[in-house]
Design a protein around this ligand. Structure first.
Ligand code: FMN
Length: 241
C-alpha cells in the first residue's frame, strides 16, 4: 500500500468507521469531501452499487444505469463539470475561498467543498442515469432514481467509505459528462456521487429539528421559512426578491 504513518492511521480509522447499526449509519452519513489517496476497491464499490439496485422505484421498472467513472478521460470530464458547477453555486450560496487563518465552521465547510471541486479528477465517482418516460413528470421520475443514490450513500457509510452527492451532472457539466460517457439524450443524468476513503471522520448530520419541519394535518405558513440560499425568507415573512 506504501502509506506513510499519518496516512496509514487515517486509513485504519476509516476502516474502523464501518458499522452495521442502521441508526448510526442514517445519522452519520454526512457528505465527505476530503479523501485519502487509497483507491476504492471494486468489492467495496460493488456493495454500494448493489445497495443502489435495492432501492424502491416506480413499478419496479428499474429504469436506471449506474456508470462508474474511473478512467483518466472520464475523470477529466468530471473535473471540468466540477469547475462549471462551482462557478454556478458560488454566487447562489455566497461562497468564497476562506482565508488560511479562518477556522470558523463555515470556513471549514467551504474549504472542504473547494477541495472536492478542485481535486475532482483524482476521485472515483458514479453517474446515475434514468430513462426518460412520457407518463410522469420529471420530478416524479426523480423519485425513481434518488432513492438508489441514497442507498448507495448509506452503503458507503456503513462500510466506512465517504461519499458526496454532487450537482456536477447539472448546469453546463451535463453536456460534458454526457459526451464523455456517451449517454444518449433519452436518458436523464439524474445525479453524480464522488466516493473515497475519508480523510477525517464520519459524523452526525446537522438538520433542523422535527418541530420545524413536521406539520400535522394542515400546512403551517408560519413555519414555512426558508433558511438558506437565494430564496431565503424569514419565519412568517415574504420571499426576498
Ligand atoms: C442534489 C444535491 C447536489 C449536491 N451538490 C453538491 C456539490 O456540487 N458540491 C458539494 O460539495 N456538495 C454537494 N451536495 C452536498 C450537500 O451540500 C450536502 O448534502 C448538504 O450540505 C448537507 O450536508 P451533509 O450531507 O454533510 O449532511 C449536494 C447534495 C445534493 C442532495
Amino acid at each position: 500500500m506504501g502509506l506513510d504513518t499519518p496516512a496509514l492511521v487515517e486509513y485504519i480509522c476509516g476502516m474502523l468507521d464501518s458499522t452495521d447499526d442502521v441508526w448510526e449509519v442514517l445519522s452519520t452519513a454526512r457528505s465527505i469531501r476530503r479523501f485519502t489517496d487509497e483507491p476504492v476497491d471494486d468489492e467495496t464499490l460493488d456493495r454500494c452499487l448493489q445497495a443502489a439496485t435495492w432501492a424502491p422505484n416506480g413499478a419496479n421498472a428499474q429504469l436506471w444505469r449506474f456508470i462508474v467513472l474511473a478512467a483518466p478521460d472520464q475523470r477529466a470530464a468530471v473535473a471540468e463539470a466540477a469547475r462549471i458547477a462551482l462557478r454556478a453555486i458560488e454566487p447562489v450560496y455566497g461562497m468564497t475561498r476562506p482565508a488560511a487563518d479562518d477556522d470558523s465552521r463555515a470556513a471549514r465547510n467551504n474549504r472542504a467543498t473547494y477541495e472536492l471541486h478542485d481535486r475532482a479528477d483524482e476521485y472515483t465517482s458514479v453517474l446515475f442515469t434514468a430513462y426518460k418516460n412520457e407518463f410522469a413528470s420529471e420530478f416524479l421520475q426523480g423519485g425513481s432514481i434518488y432513492p438508489s443514490m441514497q442507498n448507495f450513500c448509506l452503503a458507503a457509510r456503513a462500510q466506512g467509505l465517504g461519499a458526496c452527492l454532487t450537482s456536477w451532472a447539472s448546469y453546463g457539466g451535463e453536456r460534458i459528462l454526457r459526451d464523455a460517457v456517451g449517454v444518449p439524450d433519452e436518458w436523464f443524468l439524474a445525479g453524480h456521487i464522488v466516493v473515497g476513503w475519508p480523510r477525517g471522520r464520519h459524523g452526525p448530520v446537522r438538520r433542523r429539528p422535527l418541530a420545524d419541519v413536521v406539520f400535522r394535518d394542515r400546512w403551517d405558513p408560519d413555519r414555512a421559512d426558508i433558511a438558506y440560499g437565494r430564496g431565503a425568507r424569514p419565519r412568517g415573512g415574504r420571499p426576498r426578491v
